[in-house]
Ligand binder design. Structure first.
Ligand SMILES: Cc1cc2nc3c(=O)[nH]c(=O)nc-3n(C[C@H](O)[C@H](O)[C@H](O)COP(=O)(O)OP(=O)(O)OC[C@H]3O[C@@H](n4cnc5c(N)ncnc54)[C@H](O)[C@@H]3O)c2cc1C
Length: 544
């Protein structure tokens, strides 16, 4: 089979379908929002920076204002290093965890939840205690319920009805039920024998982990005889949701880590199962990044593209392009924290170290689409589980549908306490990760070049499977496209020696790397811990 051709057809298919369904295809008002790829792509053909009129100085420059960069700034400020300047490309800091507003309603542009931190995520726990989201009471850690996802949390659209939870149902004694139990046992065994932690740096890396990292999750599942379509759909969905690409793309290490580093996998009916509690906000994790940004005040410089970072013997030079002022700036810093994705960092650092060059070549990135749909009225619901925060549509596995990239939607008004449902914003997520570089590039290109109108139509068409009244209720669609949203933990990525080297700065270094890419995959806990570690290491150097 020519996979490439099939997948290209997959992207175009819904447009054709929309036209066939009779009459003109629906069109929506809206726009691309949230990011300027033109600004970021200036790095591809860097012009010689115009001679800046002044040179500015600082103790520490942080490049990149995502979760990692903001965590580094917080660590430095807590260590008493105040002369910290943070440079962020976009108009607002937050990176993949930024927010948006439609008709006065807050909604996410990317990351939208944070699970209750596990026992290894000390730094995240500490942050949440500091902010009062967690507190200790009678020897237990208690979460502030106002920030926890309200019930019902999630539901699955399958066979014409909504089902509570995300696991396809299994009859008692069925093959599916047996396979759920077997997978749960395998996760528990891997957890016991090998050890998994979140953040990953808190777990040892053994030969057993390396063996899992050498094959795809799909190949590992097949080797265990785990072939049930319901189980495989769910695991594929989980991989796309966390890693931006399916179980045939990510490593078996990543597939198991998803469950083993959290609360395991629980088959339906497992009495010990607790539904994972998560913090969420209407604007998603922008609630967190805005709170992290606030103390920086004027030391946060947004709309600035850092074009070149040159490490010299006594200081680090930075060439910065201000998009708003359309002028170059020249900065000298004693130390720099580079909180950038690897593919950007390797372009920015003059004479990049070998580990950075290797890591940038090894780590693929998944494109994502986030579509915020403003609805003039609530949807008429179908039978089954009640409207939830996270609403996922089962995909029967027809690989020719563009919608197979879709992960469902969250309702931005779910956390509101209004007594009666009304207008809302649904945020739909599509993870466009693929197996090979050519397919990835094709999806990225489609996001960049296909007409804007095609994308809301695809998203709405997909959700209309469960919500036939959706197309008529969409007032506006604001879409955020990410060309290189997150690292895909494909085989070999997590075990990469180059990644490990970047996360462990040499003594006396002036350049510290901090970005979720260094973990080989992207979640808040990894980004925050890596940023905190880089900021703390930079602060320590001032004391030594
Ligand atoms: C659609 C989507 C949904 C997600 N959902 C969740 C979720 O619900 N929960 C969760 O835990 N994680 C989620 N994630 C993962 C998310 O990526 C991490 O949680 C985290 O936000 C990553 O932070 P980071 O700092 O590592 O990277 P980034 O967010 O990539 O930050 C890098 C920053 O560097 C800036 N930058 C880039 N180049 C330059 C330059 N040359 N000069 C200056 N600045 C530059 C960027 O603009 C960006 O702000 C999601 C990711 C995506 C894409």
């Amino acid at each position: 089979m020519n996979l490439g051709l099939t997948r290209r057809a997959a992207l175009l298919a819904p447009l054709a379908l929309a036209a066939c369904r009779g009459g003109a295809a629906a069109s929506y008002d809206g726009a691309w929002v949230g990011a300027s790829h033109e600004r970021g792509h200036l790095l591809r053909k860097p012009a010689a920076p115009a001679a800046p009129s002044v040179t500015k100085r600082c103790a520490v420059a942080i490049v990149g204002g995502g979760v990692a960069g903001l965590a580094a700034a917080r660590a430095l400020q807590r260590a008493g290093i105040d002369d910290v300047q943070l440079f962020e490309l976009e108009d607002e800091a937050g990176g993949n965890a930024r927010g948006h507003r439609m008709a006065g309603m807050a909604c996410p542009l990317g990351a939208h939840y944070l699970p209750l931190p596990g026992p290894d995520a000390h730094e995240v726990s500490e942050l949440l205690h500091e902010w009062g989201l967690l507190r200790n009471q009678f020897g237990r850690t208690v979460a502030d319920e106002r920030h926890l996802c309200h019930s019902p949390q999630e539901r699955l659209w399958m066979a014409g009805q909504w089902i509570d939870g995300l696991l396809p149902p299994a009859e008692r004694g069925s093959v599916r039920e047996q396979q759920y139990r077997r997978f749960a046992d395998l996760v528990a065994e891997a957890s016991r024998k090998l050890g998994f932690a979140l953040p990953t740096r808190r777990a040892a890396w053994t030969g057993g982990h390396a063996a899992l990292d050498a094959m795809t999750f799909a190949a590992w599942l097949a080797a265990q005889g785990l072939t049930d379509s319901g189980l495989r759909w769910y695991l594929d969905y989980a991989c796309r949701d966390d890693y931006g690409a399916g179980s045939d793309v990510v490593s078996a290490w990543a597939g198991l880590h998803y469950f083993a580093s959290r609360h395991g996998f629980h088959a339906p009916g497992d009495e010990s199962a607790e539904r994972d509690a998560v913090f969420t906000w209407p604007e998603g994790n922008a609630w967190i990044t805005r709170k992290l940004s606030a103390p920086l005040g004027e030391r946060l410089h947004s709309g600035l593209l850092v074009q070149r970072v040159q490490v010299n013997r006594h200081e680090v030079e930075l060439d910065v392009w201000s998009a708003s002022a359309q002028r170059s700036e020249h900065w000298l810093a004693q130390q720099v924290v580079l909180a950038l994705p690897l593919h950007v960092a390797v372009r920015v650092v003059a004479q990049p170290p070998a580990a950075l060059v290797d890591a940038a070549a090894q780590v693929p990135h998944a494109p994502w689409l986030v579509a915020n749909l403003h609805l003039r009225a609530p949807l008429t619901d179908k039978p089954g589980a009640a409207p939830s925060w996270d609403n996922v549509l089962y995909d029967p596995g027809d690989s020719d549908r563009a919608g197979r990239y879709a992960l469902g939607y969250v309702d931005a008004m779910h956390q509101s306490l209004r007594p009666v449902a009304g207008p809302t914003v649904l945020t739909a997520y599509w993870a466009l990760g693929e197996r090979d570089a050519a397919a990835l590039a094709r999806n990225r290109q489609a996001l960049l070049t296909e007409p804007w109108e095609a994308w809301p139509r695809r998203v709405v068409d997909d959700l209309a499977r469960a919500h036939p009244d959706l197309p008529a209720k969409v007032v506006r669609a604001d879409l955020m496209r990410y060309g290189h949203a997150m690292a895909i933990p494909a085989p070999g990525v997590r075990g990469s020696a180059a990644l490990r080297a970047l996360a462990e700065p040499e003594a006396g270094a002036r350049l510290y790397f901090a970005h979720s890419d260094l973990a080989g995959y992207s979640v808040f806990e990894e980004a925050f811990t890596l940023g905190d570690a880089a900021g703390s290491a930079a602060a320590k150097r001032f004391r030594s």
